[in-house]
Design a protein. Structure first.
Lengths: 93, 291
């Protein structure tokens, strides 16, 4: 039997969700940032972080100009308090 | 609308469910921008607490390190959502469980009850002690006379203060308990708005109400104890007076003579009265002392 953290449930509705979207005609990094997403939950959580990119590689390079870029990102998390609680545990970056 | 565009790429069915809290940063359009960021942290969290039984926290932290970027033809938007239904359902389930299993919180109630019971015992014992003092120590009281009454009055006042203090502490305990419950309940709502203090009046109101209740409890107990002290004083004074009267009748001496005999250590049984009907007078006592 899968652990609660590994369950994938039918209706994942995050309790808390944060997201953003950026489009750019031209984009050039002078310095590529470090990014980090963490989730906090008590007693337990299922969470999901998801990124969609267009015309931008997973590892962007400084000094390179990217054109017609679009990045969508969202992260959500949901409490899990018992075996019957809905949620999902997938986590993608 | 930013919300509509966000929905277009929001993953999962949950993205379409209306949130209770929505922070919508609409589309920002900039022709050209050079952006330099040292550190950027975004955090949204939802917290709920029920007594010391349940503590729920759920949140997301996003961190962006040092960034320097040139962008042209930019469109950007951001959204924060919080949905309370699930957390409310969990809290509701907890409250239902407590409702069906009151033993869970009996320990909390018992602690407060013990304090109340102790206070009641203290009151009872104070009354009993004062009563014993009045009835049992008849000789001492009669010799002390009015001074004893005053002393017991002081005891009564002391008891009043002591009991008032104890119940005041009970009030403080109750205040903490009530403040804890109410504060926790509101905390979820306040923290749910991305850490903004959305409802500071809730816990403040609860604390104020608890203070008033505690003050009234303490005040009522103090008044009750004062009444008890005053009643005890009156009772002991009456008992002392009655005792003195009985002894005066028995000794066939004036009150002043009895007082003088007590002060000089003269045994009235050895004194012969020269007053009206052979009553012992102060002069008789002094004469007996000289002899």
């Amino acid at each position: 039997m899968a652990s609660p953290r590994a369950r994938r449930l039918e209706e994942p509705v995050p309790d808390v969700e944060i997201g953003g979207m950026t489009r750019a005609r031209r984009l050039r990094f002078r310095r590529v940032p470090d990014t980090d997403v963490t989730f906090e939950a008590e007693p337990e959580q299922v969470s999901d972080s998801h990124t969609e990119r267009e015309n931008l590689p997973d590892e962007a390079e400084p000094g390179v100009t990217y054109r017609d870029v679009e990045v969508r990102w969202r992260a959500g998390t949901r409490l899990v308090v018992d075996e019957g609680d809905p949620g999902e545990a997938r986590k993608r970056r | 609308m930013a919300e509509r565009e966000y929905r277009a790429y929001s993953a999962g069915k949950g993205g379409n469910q209306d949130p209770d809290v929505l922070l919508d940063v609409p589309v920002v359009k900039v022709d050209k921008i050079h952006l330099k960021v040292e550190e950027l942290d975004a955090r949204v969290a939802l917290k709920a607490k029920v007594l010391d039984l349940v503590n729920l926290t759920v949140g997301v932290d996003a961190h962006l390190g040092k960034l320097e970027i040139d962008i042209e033809g930019v469109e950007a938007q951001a959204l924060v959502k919080a949905r309370l239904d699930h957390v409310v359902a969990i809290v509701d389930r907890v409250l239902t469980t407590i409702d069906r299993n009151p033993d869970l919180v009996k320990s909390l109630g018992r602690a407060v009850e013990d304090v109340g019971s102790g206070t009641q015992d203290a009151l009872g014992q104070t009354g009993q002690a004062l009563e014993n003092l009045g009835e049992g120590a008849s000789g001492a009281v009669s010799e002390l006379g009015e001074g004893a009454g005053q002393a017991v009055g002081d005891v009564g006042q002391g008891a009043g203060q002591a009991v008032g203090g104890t119940v005041g502490e009970l009030g403080q305990t109750a205040q903490g308990l009530v403040g804890g419950v109410a504060g926790a309940g509101v905390e979820g709502g306040a923290q749910g708005v991305g850490g903004q203090e959305a409802g500071p009046s809730g816990p403040k109101l609860a604390r104020t109400a608890a203070k008033v209740v505690a003050k009234e409890i303490g005040s009522a107990a103090t008044d009750e104890a004062k009444d008890l002290g005053a009643a005890a004083t009156k009772k002991v004074m009456e008992l002392g007076e009655r005792r003195r009267q009985r002894r005066a009748d028995k000794q066939h001496a004036t009150e002043a003579a009895m007082r003088q005999a007590g002060e000089l250590g003269v045994d009235l049984d050895e004194v012969e009265g020269t007053g009206a009907g052979g009553r012992i007078t102060v002069g008789d006592v002094r004469a007996a002392r000289r002899d």
